[in-house]
Design a protein around this ligand. Structure first.
Ligand code: GLP
Length: 244
């Protein structure tokens, strides 16, 4: 695991965008695993800027997103499908048929999860998986639990996640209670993982996730076992780790 210290959110976003950009240059038809939330917003903004300058080409890139809320249609501005289009896809030359997200409106969530795992497999797996991290150490929507979930599955969101994500909704009552999320095994099968973490409210998650024991109570801690993980965290997120 390589930990890269960034000065602040802007620095973190540029460093992350550089790694993604290098991946796309080295393998133009790569499979990118993508994430939502406020953490990757700056990274997507930077990638769009470089695309507009002609520095990156997404025409052969394929994407698979980590997760989607259950019960929100794609047209809902809070759905992750909507987020990805407005923050990234609509601004670069990615082909619509190369974009994949779980369908949060599927009538049979288990069948949808199985379909989604099939999609990831049929693409040959993920080359580079971008991750954010929840305050409780969740990755994707893999919440603290007694065991690590394997494939894509339907998750009940914890109070802490509902609380953290309510800022995007009119009230906490409007936050969906369930989501479809890639499992820990799906994430761990990615050939390379890039996790970006910013802000003091994530300092505990960074300390427990990367410097504590590996436990499903801190889902990000499993990343310590992955052979190729890059953590980019800013000074605020690293403040409890005594690294300087
Ligand atoms: C959500 C997403 C995660 C994301 C996390 C942190 O719950 N499912 O993929 O990493 O929140 O979000 P943020 O980056 O906004 O702090």
């Amino acid at each position: 695991m390589k930990i890269i210290q960034a000065k602040d959110y802007n620095d973190l976003s540029r460093k992350a965008a550089n790694i993604i950009s290098a991946q796309v240059i080295l393998k133009p038809d790569c499979v990118l695993g993508l994430a939502t939330g406020s953490s990757p917003e700056g990274t997507y903004k930077q990638l769009i800027e470089w695309y507009k300058k002609g520095d990156i080409d997404f025409s052969e890139v394929k994407t698979v997103n980590l997760d989607e809320y259950r019960g929100l249609p794609k047209s809902d501005p809070q759905s992750y499908d909507y987020f990805m289009h407005s923050h990234f896809f609509d601004h670069v030359n990615i082909k619509p048929e190369n974009i994949n997200l779980p369908d949060g409106m599927a009538a049979d969530p288990d069948a949808e999860c199985a379909r989604y795992d099939g999609v990831v497999r049929s693409l040959g797996g993920v080359d580079l998986q971008l991750l954010g991290c929840g305050r409780n150490g969740h990755i994707g929507f893999n919440e603290p639990a007694d065991c690590f979930a394997k494939g894509t599955h339907c998750v009940n969101l914890t109070e802490s996640t509902i609380e953290a994500n309510k800022r995007f909704f009119a009230s906490a009552d409007d936050v969906p209670r369930q989501a479809l999320s890639m499992g820990i095994q799906t994430i761990m099968l990615a050939r390379r993982i890039l996790i970006i973490i910013s802000g003091e409210d994530k300092a505990e998650a960074v300390k427990n996730g990367f410097f504590g024991p590996i436990t499903p109570q801190v889902p990000a801690s499993i990343l310590q076992l992955h052979p190729d993980v890059v953590v980019i965290a800013d000074e605020a997120a690293l403040s409890l780790c005594g690294l300087r």
